[in-house]
Write a protein of this length. Structure first.
Length: 120
């Protein structure tokens, strides 16, 4: 069993995946400028799922998520995506929501830990 956060071995693959996704919609560089909190949160959760998938795991492998918000009133947007990704209250990972520094350019930031079985 391997425990990971974002490690260099698959981070390059994740970046390639995200770039392909951005290219497929005609956007050479993903940008969240001018988007709503709901759009930013949906993007963060989609990227988290892509990263876990690139490591060979699934959303059920997530054991801890830390979400940092620029505006604490955006918590409802986080909750909506949270419930969509983790609908079963009995199997949700631990979650902490914290404020971002006031000078942060991000609307939302996410850190997570997942445990994925080694593939032989």
């Amino acid at each position: 069993m391997a425990t990971f956060t974002i490690c260099e071995m698959f981070f390059a693959e994740v970046l390639r995946h995200l770039q392909k996704r951005a290219d497929s919609v005609g956007n050479p560089r993903p940008s969240l400028r001018g988007c709503s909190a709901f759009e930013a949160d949906a993007n963060v959760f989609a990227n988290m799922l892509a990263i876990i998938g690139a490591a060979g795991g699934s959303v059920e492998d997530t054991i801890k998520v830390e979400i940092y918000l620029h505006d604490s009133s955006d918590r409802n947007a986080v909750n909506e995506e949270w419930l969509r990704m983790f609908p079963d209250p009995e199997s949700r990972p631990a979650r902490h929501v914290r404020p971002l520094p006031p000078d942060s350019p991000s609307l939302v930031h996410c850190e997570f830990i997942a445990v994925v079985e080694d593939v032989p």
